[in-house]
Ligand binder design. Structure first.
Ligand SMILES: *Cc1c(COP(=O)(O)O)cnc(C)c1O
Length: 355
C-alpha cells in the first residue's frame, strides 16, 4: 500500500484550552496546544494517520522505547506575521534530517508528503495558538518512538510517529550565558550517533551539564571525545566563533548535528558579506585569539533560541570574557533571520513556507 497519501482523520477538541493560557508567562515547552498528530507503523507500513485532542495514552511497561531508547525527534517552529499569516521555516530540512536520524536508529522512515500534510494540517487547526510578535512562535515537536512490547534488545517492529506543538516565547530570557569548555565529558564519538536527534544524546548531557551549573556555567561547549581540543557544539546548539572578522563553525560530521539554523546563519552571513569558514577549530586557537584580543564573539545557534551569544567561557578552571561589541555579527544575523521568519522582509532564499 502506498502510504504517502494516507488520509488524516481529525477529531477536534470539544472545548479549546486556549483561553486558559497566559501567553505572557510561558516556560519553554510546558504547555501544549489543543491537538496532536499520531500515525502508527505496524506490519511494515504506516497506518491510521489521525489528529486527536492532545493528551496522554497508555502503553505497556515493556515498551521498547523505555528500555533501549529507540527514539528520534525534530524541533521546528511556526511563526505568525502581523497580518495573521502563518509560516514554517525550511521544513524540508527537518524532514530530511529526521529520516537520517531514523536510519541511524534503525527506525522506519516517515513518508515526506504525509509529514508535510500532517504538519500543515495540525498547525492550521491550532493557528490561534500562535501569537504574532518577534520571539513568539508555536514550537513543533515531531518525534518517533519504538512501540513493540517486550524487553528483547532488538529493533522494534512497531513504531508511533507523533507531532505535538507548544506555544513559546524566546528560549533564553535575559541574563548572561556562561559556558564551560568540556575537558572530560563528551556528547558524541566517531561512529556513534551524535549527528542524530535521538534521546540518549540529550540524557547523556544532563549530568555533565548539571556539574557545570554547580560551577556557574549554564551550558557546555562540547569538544571531541579523543583529544578534547576540537570545539563541537554548544549545549544543544551548534557553535559559531568569530575571530577577527571571520565566522568559524565546525562542519557537521558524524559527531555534530547538522543544524538548520547553523546552515541559515552561514547563508545570511555570506549575503551580508561576512567571511565564513566551515572548519574545525581548536581550544588552543580560541585561547590564542582571546589573548591577542581577536576573539570577538562566540554564539550558539538552534531553532529554540535562534542565536544565543556567549558572554563568558571557562577552560581548565580559568574564565575568559567575550567583549561587548557594537557591531555584533550575532545580532545582525539574528535580526536578518527573524525578519525572514516573521515575514518582515523579503525572503531571498525561499525559506518561508506558508501554512
Ligand atoms: C537540534 C540541535 C541543534 C540545532 O539544530 P537546528 O536545526 O538549528 O534547530 C544543534 N545541536 C544539537 C545537538 C541539536 O539537537
Amino acid at each position: 500500500m502506498d502510504t504517502t497519501n494516507l488520509p488524516i482523520s481529525i477529531e477536534k477538541v470539544a472545548k479549546s484550552r486556549l483561553s486558559e493560557v497566559d501567553f505572557s508567562k510561558l516556560n519553554f515547552g510546558q504547555i501544549f496546544s489543543d491537538h496532536m498528530f499520531i500515525c502508527d507503523y505496524k506490519n511494515g507500513q504506516w497506518q491510521d494517520a489521525r489528529i486527536v485532542p492532545y493528551g496522554p495514552f497508555s502503553v505497556e511497561p515493556s515498551l521498547s522505547v523505555f528500555h533501549y531508547g529507540q527514539t528520534i525527534f525534530e524541533g521546528m517552529k511556526a511563526y505568525k506575521d502581523d497580518r495573521g499569516e502563518v509560516f514554517l521555516f525550511r521544513p524540508t530540512e527537518n524532514y530530511a534530517r529526521m529520516n537520517k536520524s531514523c536510519k541511524r536508529m534503525s527506525m522506519p522512515e516517515f513518508p515526506e508528503e504525509l509529514f508535510d500534510k500532517a504538519l500543515k494540517t495540525l498547525v492550521d487547526l491550532d493557528r490561534l495558538w500562535i501569537q504574532p510578535g518577534l520571539g513568539n512562535a508555536l514550537y513543533l515537536r515531531p518525534f518517533m518512538i519504538a512501540t513493540s512490547a517486550g524487553v528483547q534488545a532488538n529493533p522494534s517492529t512497531e513504531y508511533r510517529f507523533m507531532i505535538i506543538t507548544s506555544p513559546v516565547q524566546s528560549y533564553y530570557k535575559g541574563g548572561e550565558l556562561k559556558v564551560k569548555i568540556a575537558d572530560h565529558y563528551s556528547r558524541a564519538a566517531n561512529g556513534g550517533v551524535g549527528f542524530a536527534k535521538t534521546g540518549g544524546n540529550y540524557a547523556g548531557q544532563f549530568y555533565p551539564t548539571a556539574l557545570a551549573k554547580e560551577e556557574g556555567y549554564q551550558q557546555i561547549i562540547w569538544t571531541d571525545d579523543a583529544t578534547h581540543q576540537k570545539l563541537e557544539e554548544c549545549g544543544t546548539m551548534n557553535v559559531v566563533i568569530r575571530i577577527g572578522d571571520t565566522l568559524i563553525s565546525p562542519p557537521p560530521t558524524e559527531r555534530i548535528l547538522d543544524g538548520v539554523t547553523r546552515k541559515s546563519v552561514f547563508a545570511v552571513a555570506e549575503k551580508l558579506g561576512i567571511a565564513i569558514e566551515s572548519r574545525s577549530i581548536t581550544v588552543t586557537e580560541v585561547l590564542e585569539a582571546a589573548s591577542k584580543g581577536t576573539l570577538k564573539e562566540i554564539f550558539g545557534c538552534g531553532t529554540a533560541a535562534v542565536i544565543s551569544p556567549v558572554n563568558a567561557f571557562s577552560y581548565e578552571g580559568k574564565e575568559y570574557r567575550l567583549p561587548d561589541l557594537e557591531d555584533s555579527y550575532a545580532k545582525r544575523i539574528k535580526e536578518f533571520l527573524l525578519n525572514i521568519q516573521y515575514n518582515k522582509s523579503e525572503d531571498p532564499f525561499g525559506w518561508r513556507v506558508r501554512v
